[in-house]
Design a protein around this ligand. Structure first.
Ligand SMILES: NC(=O)c1ccc[n+]([C@@H]2O[C@H](COP(=O)([O-])OP(=O)(O)OC[C@H]3O[C@@H](n4cnc5c(N)ncnc54)[C@H](O)[C@@H]3O)[C@@H](O)[C@H]2O)c1
Length: 416
């Protein structure tokens, strides 16, 4: 099938490359010309994702910043970024613009095509925002074109594996004809397919991420209690996880979740609930606990040193290992507080250092060893290489349970 993937970020680039691997004819469209030029070089891609460079060198995908070149697709897959503002209202400016650009590109077409939203959006967005824009030029959904909402569940760092080996494929469809096209697009992937309405698909994505976020905040709350009672949270989590109704995943207590998805998706869900006149107290607590958890390392650090004039070393800047993505990473909040309190900060991350320094030019880039050689060290991302450093004689506050760090002179885990 001919597929125009709209937006060449984490989701669009990975989806485009994987759909090409499945045999589809892909054109990747992004308004960011610099990003398109970088992708075309095949080297130093705008994002780091394991196996992506190799996959892109093997499959052939076209790229463009011009929607006219992408106009003849069977499927338009919208993968542009969506964000939520502080109130949780979804900020879908890019989605509105991209949909308008698709509508303009296809206005003279007489044949059938499907527009599918892959970006995470609040329930009702595809029906109430996307379809009206596509119909503006006189075309009719379900007659001239089809519409789907097919949420993405990949996790950064394992994006290609996740895309090629999904747990499930969710296809929210405007009508059967649209859904049939999307089901054909995913042919070759071995996973159960669930076909639903458009809003249900939108909600499945938000509810899934809210559940994972809840699991994290839950174990962090248990961890905060365990720390006070002198119980090892990780032993508790292991014992809990052996129950197959609970499972081991997402039970690593620590400094909470960041990234571009979980915090935002919770905000969107809370805001959608409030608009429907329901106060989602559980979800609000998950968010509040996560916010408070981020600052636990600083609270613990202040028990041992005075921040003013101290040099604090940060190990780990990305929101999780395996990615260079720092969006909403815990390190951002923590470093801001440290600097505000008068500390000097040096930092190391195997992938995210460059992006972080753009945000905080006052932070000193260092090797992992140089970072350990500070007045105190905070471990904020669980990169495996941090388990090989020599922490002896140091003060370490560990947000991610790095076993080797326990050899430090003073060691504190946030939840253990
Ligand atoms: N990153 C993830 O792990 C992940 C996982 C699942 C779902 N999602 C969701 O997928 C969506 C995309 O996320 P992302 O992380 O890939 O975002 P991103 O910010 O990395 O990429 C979005 C891209 O869209 C481009 N863009 C913006 N407006 C455009 C337009 N009008 N036409 C063409 N391109 C345009 C931007 O230049 C950017 O390259 C979001 O809704 C996100 O919540 C992300």
């Amino acid at each position: 099938m001919k597929v125009s993937v709209i937006g060449a970020g984490y989701v669009g680039l990975i989806s485009g490359a994987c759909l090409a691997e499945l045999g589809h004819d892909i054109i990747l469209v992004d308004v960011d010309k610099e990003k398109i030029a970088t992708i075309n070089t095949g080297k130093n891609l705008p994002i780091y994702e394991e196996g992506l460079e190799e996959l892109l060198s093997r499959v052939h995908i076209k790229t463009s910043s011009d929607y006219a070149e992408a106009a003849s697709a069977d499927v338009f897959l919208i993968c542009v970024g969506t964000t939520a503002d502080e109130s949780g209202a979804i900020f879908s400016r890019h989605l509105v613009t991209a949909t308008g650009q698709i509508a303009a590109a296809v206005k003279d077409r007489q044949d059938y095509y499907v527009v599918a939203v892959k970006s995470t959006v609040s329930p009702g967005t595809t029906e109430e925002v996307v379809i009206p824009i596509l119909e503006k030029a006189g075309k009719k959904a379900g007659v001239d074109f089809g519409v789907c909402m097919t949420p993405e569940f990949l996790t950064e760092g394992r994006g290609i594996y996740n895309f090629m080996n999904p747990n499930r494929i969710i296809i929210g469809e405007y009508d059967k004809r649209s859904g049939d096209v999307l089901e054909r697009l995913h042919r070759g992937l071995d996973a159960p397919v669930l076909r639903t309405g458009l809003s249900t698909a939108e909600m499945i994505k938000l509810a899934s991420n809210a559940f994972l976020a809840t699991k994290i905040s839950y174990i962090n709350e248990i961890g905060n209690i365990c720390k006070r009672l002198g119980i090892d949270t990780y032993d508790v989590a292991r014992g809990m996880g052996l129950d197959d109704r609970i499972g081991q995943k997402f039970l690593n207590a620590g400094i909470g979740f960041g990234g571009s998805c979980l915090p935002k998706d919770l905000k969107i869900l809370i805001s959608s609930a409030q608009k429907a006149d329901y106060q989602p107290d559980l979800l609000q607590s998950v968010t509040d606990l996560n916010e408070a958890q981020a600052l636990k390392p600083v609270e613990l650090l202040e028990k041992h040193i005075s921040l003013k004039g101290a040099t604090v070393g940060i190990l780990g800047l990305s929101f999780k290992p395996g990615t260079d993505d720092i969006r909403d990473s815990r390190a951002i909040r923590i470093v801001r507080v440290l600097l505000d309190e008068g500390a000097a900060v040096k930092a190391y991350d195997p992938l995210a250092l460059g992006k972080f320094l753009e945000l905080f030019p006052e932070v000193k880039a260092a090797t992992a060893e140089e970072v350990v050689d500070s007045d105190a060290v905070l471990i904020l991302t669980e990169w495996a290489e941090f388990d090989k450093l020599d922490y002896r004689g140091r003060i370490v506050i560990d947000g991610r349970r790095i076993e080797k760090a326990r050899e430090a002179r003073i060691y504190e885990g946030v939840c253990w």
